[in-house]
Design a protein around this ligand. Structure first.
Ligand code: 5GP
Length: 234
């Protein structure tokens, strides 16, 4: 019989990575929140989506999006290269499966700025690893003010965007795990941080009581939705 001491058991399994999904109607302040979150988490990967829309302003290929032709997008769908995809405002957008896979393999954190249809698909495919957060603008009047403020488009285009934004809010309030009202930037950021910390702790089999308490107050059904109407049955 060997007199060697028994080898100590070290955990060899890394906790699974966290797929943090942030969705919002345009005009909710999601981009600012996403940038602030990334600045505070140097290790977080931002999922660069594939899209068939053209670059806008200073957007760079491979940084803001991977800009592709509709044919290339269709080929990627056929190859199974996308973990989710959806049509938004007549253009296609999708998440690279490789981004999801490398995050899960590394036990890292990836941030997804995708629409509610895509968020629902990721949650269905990765029920444990994906956490969905819906960001609400302070109120409907502020949403309209922001949409008008950033647009030089005509009334009809603005109306269409407003309708789409209201539709997105209804879907988010009906299906996402967490709802964060962006009435004040720092407070909204702190809530997103707490939800992420709570989710990461849960994946590692740990508890972070302070984060859990904040996250509990952001759960759909519990969250402060300001003046927004929660759809029946949500
Ligand atoms: P924009 O064209 O203004 O950059 O984005 C329009 C919408 O598409 C936003 O709601 C954005 O979150 C969403 N989006 C961006 N990338 C993806 C993606 O990979 N998948 C899905 N489903 N939506 C996306």
């Amino acid at each position: 019989m060997s007199s060697e001491p028994a080898a100590r058991l070290e955990p060899t399994v890394r906790p699974p990575g966290l797929l943090l999904v942030l969705s919002a109607p345009s005009g909710a302040g999601k981009t600012t929140l996403s940038h602030r979150f990334r600045a505070a988490h140097a290790d977080a990967v931002f999922s660069v989506s594939v899209t068939t829309r053209a670059p806008r302003g200073a957007e760079q290929d491979g940084v803001d999006y991977h800009f592709v032709t509709p044919e290339r997008f269709a080929a990627m769908v056929a190859e199974g290269a996308l973990a989710e995809w959806a049509e938004v405002h007549g253009r296609r957008y999708g998440t690279l499966r490789s981004t999801v896979q490398s995050t899960l393999d590394a036990g890292g954190l990836a941030l997804f700025d995708i629409d509610v249809q895509g968020g629902a698909q990721l949650k269905a495919a990765f029920p444990r690893e994906a956490t969905t957060i819906f960001i609400l603008p302070p109120d409907a009047a502020e949403l309209e003010r922001r949409l008008r403020g950033r647009s030089t488009d005509g009334e009809e285009v603005i109306r269409r965007r407003l309708d789409a934004a209201h539709e997105e809010v209804a879907r988010g309030l009906a299906s996402y795990q967490y709802v964060v009202l962006n009435d004040e930037l720092e407070a909204a950021l702190a809530r997103i941080e707490a939800i992420a910390a709570h989710a990461r702790a849960g994946l590692a089999g740990l508890d972070d009581p302070a984060a859990a308490a904040v996250a509990a107050r952001c759960r759909r059904g519990e969250a402060d939705v300001g003046g927004w109407k929660v759809p029946k049955g949500a």
